[in-house]
Design a protein around this ligand. Sequence first.
Ligand code: SF4
Length: 310
Amino acid sequence: MKIIDLRPRGYCHGVVRALQMVKKVIQDESYPRPIHILGLIVHNKKITEAFTHFGVISLDDASKTRLELLDQITQGTVIMTAHGVSDQVVQKAITKGLTVVNATCRDVTKVHDAVKIHLNLGYEIVYIGHKNHPEPEGILGISSDITFLESALDAMNFIQKYPNKTLFVTNQTTLSRYDIDVVLNVLKMKCPDLLFDDDICDATTTRQKAVIEQEPVDLCIVVGDQLSSNSNKLAFVSVQERNILSYRVEGVSDINPEWFKSVESVSITSGASTPTKVTNEVIEYLKQFDYNKKETWEHVSSLTYLDILS
Ligand code: SF4
């Protein structure tokens, strides 16, 4: 079976920085204990488990906002995740006397800044994103005047009541071009002069481009957590843009050998929050795999917590 290791793949600069910040807080005892992360530092449960092993408490409850989660912390250090938070959340943490470490990615900060500037200029702000993701939560926390749209239907409903202000449109950093265009095209029907700030980040763009421009293969394996928006988008663009069947796996243990029955070529990529060693383990497994030899089917991860965080 031919195996194609797509590049670029894996960690982006925002994830690398966020992980380094958490490791620094763990190692540096001048940071007050306990250490909490407000949400999941990045969307990868292997990383969360590894940090838990080293004493870090990740507060993750999809039914609660970051502001509400802060109520569970009474002392110590709180780390804001790469997905970003509103100023309100940071201010509340400071008021509670917590030591704040902000790991917000600079690409997310750039969107926050653009939204604030255009709000002050009097624009109607529209933000395209996915519901129940922390990045939109941080943006929507800037002002209750921001309109969140996820689908063409949302956009249709919005333009019915569009109040004739000048529109500024931006987006979650990890979407695909398709996700944005289905909403943007509807908005442009009513507002052709809208101002659009394309904020798909470079890491997302280049990883998706590698999938879109790959040579023809029978199957594309994406290594990434089920909560990872950018990982899910890689599988999506493989099917949507190239008609190449794609499976997202969290690691080697998720692989179903039956997927490879008639497969002669497979490509591998991984999301921006996937540890390199997890992806490499998948690649090594596939290199030795032979559908006709059952003894090559068995897969058990041998990665330690230190491997995950290395
Ligand atoms: S995926 Fe993009 S926005 Fe998210 S942390 Fe990485 S570089 Fe930043």
